[in-house]
Design a protein around this ligand. Structure first.
Ligand SMILES: Cc1ncc(COP(=O)(O)O)c(C=O)c1O
Length: 466
């Protein structure tokens, strides 16, 4: 099979006439092969003929053929000329299927920041600056505790914003809070822990993750003051809490409960894992300082950029008590040899230059408007639904009238294309009916529309005044 001249000219002439020099012909040929426009097995003209047809120097075509042969796109055989390689798998042919995700008309699931607000330009600038500054050695295997520069910036940032007392040497960089927690779970397991208390309601993914790493999660009830410390069962010496903004109820762990939890930890030689997942988003009054500041020897503090920048970065951190630090670093070394320094260096730049604080100020303003629009629409259209935990975060909990089946309501909304998870999905012990609604990723207008629709769709029992 020999290449058709008309096709070849159509594919290559624009690059040839746009200079024809340098890499233009090579790049056009590569694209045509990758896109399948020049099929495997196709014989290309000799470099002399193609150069004449395109009106470029023969050396340009010879160089392009040579480079693409070296890359495996072409094969050159004595006697049969230059042929498109038959072993080629075009990227489109090999692309794995992306998991089917349902397209919601209104996606109100909790936990997502506004991905459209990601500071792309600042991130590109920070990446470019970081890459320019990084010494060659930094491109070798990284420090499993994380890039020193980022740990320095984080220690300063967390001290300023969350009153966290750790120094750079107490910090370990992770692939998000999830990997921070799985690493800690493995460390606790090897220290003899068998169980760990988790908040109920709580994040079901978190319980699964702990189970997967050898610990048995024990659900402990949460009331309006946060986790009920007295209900942590005997024998359990570790607990995970979302003290700043309980997930998904949205309340703050009461100061007395904080003291009680730390006293419990001291009495039981225990450890408190403080999941500070969305503390930066607080709208009406300053956040209480992190629990870690109250007892750095008993609290392992955990954070990430998933709710502030984007979950896709998979970037988080632990600030660890001395007793856990060395084992956590060696576990990181054992399991993944550390996190990539490039995004760490970019994030360090963003912190140092104030870009992260500017981004948070922008998103906080946007999220407050979104929250206010959602609450106003609920007050107007669904007055018997009681919003809880509205002072912070990216979601609210709506308590439904007693007796409502929240799973039925959630399913009915899902049938109409509205993703609004039921509180029942977040509890093993059971609680009042509710919906957990994320608002950060939806504009005020869309939130108002969504609530109007929810009011029309929700079963009458769920709308009545309780
Ligand atoms: C309670 C809680 N903690 C932590 C996280 C963040 O996890 P990661 O940083 O691994 O994205 C989430 C995200 O959904 C969450 O809901």
């Amino acid at each position: 099979m020999t290449a058709n001249w008309t096709t070849l000219r159509e594919l290559l002439l624009p690059s040839a006439s746009a200079g024809g020099r340098g890499r233009a012909v090579e790049s056009a040929l590569r694209t045509a092969i990758r896109d399948g426009q020049l099929a495997p097995g196709l014989r290309l003209p000799s470099s002399r003929d193609l150069a004449a047809q395109l009106g470029v120097a023969r050396g340009t075509v010879t160089a392009a053929y040579g480079q693409l042969t070296a890359e495996g796109y072409l094969t050159a055989r004595r006697g049969s000329g230059t042929v498109v390689a038959t072993t080629l798998r075009t990227p489109t042919a090999a692309a794995p299927p992306t998991p089917a995700t349902r397209q919601w008309r209104y996606d109100l699931r909790p936990g997502l920041p506004a991905l459209s607000e990601f500071p792309r330009a600042e991130w590109v600038a920070a990446t470019r600056a970081a890459l320019t500054e990084l010494p060659d050695e930094a491109l070798g295997y990284p420090d499993p505790a994380g890039l020193a520069d980022l740990r320095t910036e984080l220690a300063a940032y967390l001290g300023r914003v969350r009153a966290v007392t750790g120094t750079p040497t107490d910090i370990v960089i992770t692939h998000g809070a999830a990997e921070g927690l799985s690493t800690l779970a493995a460390v606790l397991r090897s220290d003899g822990h068998g169980t760990i208390a988790t908040e109920d309601p709580g994040h079901p993914g978190q319980a699964n993750l702990l189970r997967e790493h050898g610990l048995r999660p024990i659900p402990v009830p949460v009331d309006c003051d946060g986790i009920v410390v007295a209900a942590i069962p005997a024998g359990c010496r570790a607990v995970v809490v979302t003290a700043a903004h309980q997930f998904p109820v949205g309340t703050t762990l009461h100061p007395e409960r904080r003291h009680a939890l730390l006293a419990w930890a001291r009495d039981h030689d225990g450890i408190v894992i403080e999941d500070d997942y969305d503390a930066e988003h607080r709208y009406d009054r300053p956040a209480l300082r992190a629990m870690q500041a109250m007892d750095p020897c008993r609290v392992a503090y955990m954070g990430s950029v998933s709710k502030t920048l984007a979950p896709a970065l998979r970037l988080g951190w632990l600030v660890l008590p001395p007793a856990l630090h060395a084992n956590t670093v060696s576990r990181k070394q054992l399991t993944d040899l550390g996190c990539s320094p490039l995004p760490q260096a970019a994030f360090a730049r963003l912190l140092r230059g104030g870009g992260y604080d500017r981004h948070l100020r922008r998103t906080r303003t946007a999220y407050r408007k979104r929250r206010d629009a959602l609450l106003a629409a609920i007050a107007e259209h669904l007055p018997s639904w009681q919003p809880i935990g509205v002072a912070a975060g990216l979601h609210v909990l709506l308590r439904l009238p007693d007796g409502t089946d929240d799973v039925v309501v959630s399913q009915r909304l899902a049938d109409a294309g509205i993703h609004a998870p039921a509180l029942s999905d977040y509890t093993e012990l059971g609680t009042y009916p509710g919906l957990v609604l994320g608002y950060a990723a939806t504009t005020p207008d869309r939130l108002r529309e969504a609530v109007r629709e929810i009011a029309l769709i929700a079963p009458p029992g769920a709308r009545s005044h309780s």
